[in-house]
Design a protein around this ligand. Structure first.
Ligand code: BGC
Length: 429
């Protein structure tokens, strides 16, 4: 099976997770606190900042035709109001390298990391962030927009509300003195160490206060209030407006983290309200977008008492959630009920040490995508997460999502079989 030539088949990364030495960012500070919840700091990560050409050429050789990556706000505006031309030149070179290898670049403006100065000013709960983000988006669009066809404003704009819901549940469990297990981290899709966060809370608060002037810095991936959630949407709208003002032909969208929410008898109410919170209430903000970035990793099942843990015999990924590639097509179909425009799978993937399971995951996920396309759902691309094994946030480098292995001592790249397998789906005609 292969898609048409126009269909985007590629891989995704995020600046902080692969570039290395993102020293002006909020995450860099948090990773290096004495009581950090991060298992290790990002350090030089995969040195993608210097090795991007090698990485892009690996994709091209395997037949991939698209690459989603993020430009780093903390590099471009490391000091408030001071924009760095040299960093723009760097990203221009990444974009041109993609073009040289026949790869469509898809740029994300904000993939979780922010400049540390923004967080000191209240971060993602402060109204002023809307203006700052709009100004940054305008600068990037003016400089790089003419070279691009696709920009994602914000990655997983709904992550903050998902975290809020999960931390409510965690607090409840802690109050009831039931023991938390590391595997409970699997209830959230992204790399978070809840147990460690709770254990470290007291000291981390003091260290954060010293670093950011507040014991609870509002980095992007933290529990969002309802007001903060609206603010994220306003930031998206401000960025979209800014981009369209300078480059009207660039397609602008946002990406959302979406679970396949399934209900056993009696669990329907939970699944419906979770979908409302995770997706439906954002729809009014997205109506004028050119595409939606759909990001899915697994399913969540609800019973009459709420969310159920994965069954005993179920295969788990390294992230402790269920290996369930069918979730992607279910989510695409559900999203299409409310959004009729272009959908791009901007992330979908699996963390595993066994690459043959990754091949199987991609095979089943793409067969679902193919069935959606056959049914007329306008899915125009599939970007696997991730191009290479990288820094999975608080969980560090242990999670292996990559199509390419990276030896972090030597920074040597080794393509896994899954890379060529994914490339084989790219259409030649
Ligand atoms: C994020 C990535 C992350 C991936 C795997 C997504 O939530 O956008 O940054 O690495 O999931 O957990």
């Amino acid at each position: 099976m292969a898609f048409s030539k126009k269909f985007l088949i590629g891989a995704a990364t995020a600046a902080h997770q692969v570039e290395g030495n993102n020293i002006y960012s909020d995450y860099w500070i948090q990773e290096n606190l004495e009581h950090s919840s991060f298992t290790e700091p990002s350090g030089s990560a995969c040195d993608h900042y210097n090795r991007y050409e090698e990485d892009i050429s690996l994709m091209a050789r395997a037949g991939l035709n698209a690459y989603r990556f993020s430009v780093e706000w903390a590099r471009i505006e490391s000091e408030e109001g001071v924009f760095n031309e040299a960093e723009i030149e760097h990203y221009r070179s990444v974009i041109r390298t993609c073009r040289k290898y026949g790869i469509e670049p898809i740029v994300t403006l904000m993939h979780f990391t922010s400049p540390a100065w923004l967080i000191k000013k209240g971060g993602w709960e402060a109204e002023s962030t809307v203006g700052y983000f709009g100004r940054y988006a305008s600068y990037v669009a003016e400089k790089l927009g003419p070279e691009l066809n696709y920009i994602c404003t914000i990655n997983e704009a709904n992550m903050g509300l998902q975290l809020a819901a999960i931390s409510r549940r965690f607090k409840l469990m802690a109050e009831r003195a039931s023991s938390l297990h590391e595997s409970d981290d699997g209830k959230v899709q992204v790399g978070i160490n809840f147990q460690k966060m709770i254990e470290n809370a007291k000291y981390a608060a003091i260290e954060n206060a010293e670093a950011f002037g507040t014991s609870q810095p509002q980095v992007f991936v933290s529990s969002r209030t309802e007001q903060g959630d609206k603010l994220v949407m306003k930031a998206h709208l401000a960025a979209r407006k800014a981009i369209k003002a300078v480059c009207p032909s660039v397609k602008v969208g946002i990406t959302l983290s979406l679970h396949d929410l399934q209900a056993l008898p009696g669990g329907e109410g939970f699944a419906e309200s979770a979908w409302e919170e995770e997706f439906t209430h954002y729809v009014p903000y997205l109506r004028d977008d050119d595409f939606l970035g759909v990001q899915n990793y697994t399913r969540t099942v609800y019973g009459p008492q709420g969310q159920l843990p994965p069954g005993k015999d179920v295969e788990l990924t390294q992230m402790e959630y269920e290996f369930y590639p069918e979730a992607l097509a279910h989510v695409l179909r559900k999203v299409h009920e409310q959004i009729k425009g272009e959908l791009i799978v901007t992330e979908n993937g699996v963390a595993t040490n066994d690459d043959s399971r990754r091949v199987e995951f991609i095979r089943r996920a793409l067969s679902g995508v193919e069935s959606c396309v056959a049914d007329g759902i306008p899915v125009t691309g599939y970007l696997y997460w991730s191009l290479m094994d990288n820094f999975e946030w608080q969980k560090g480098f242990a999670m292996k999502f990559g199509l390419v292995a990276v030896d972090r001592k030597t920074q040597t790249r080794t393509a896994k079989a899954s890379l060529a397998f994914l490339g084989s789906f790219a259409g030649r005609s």
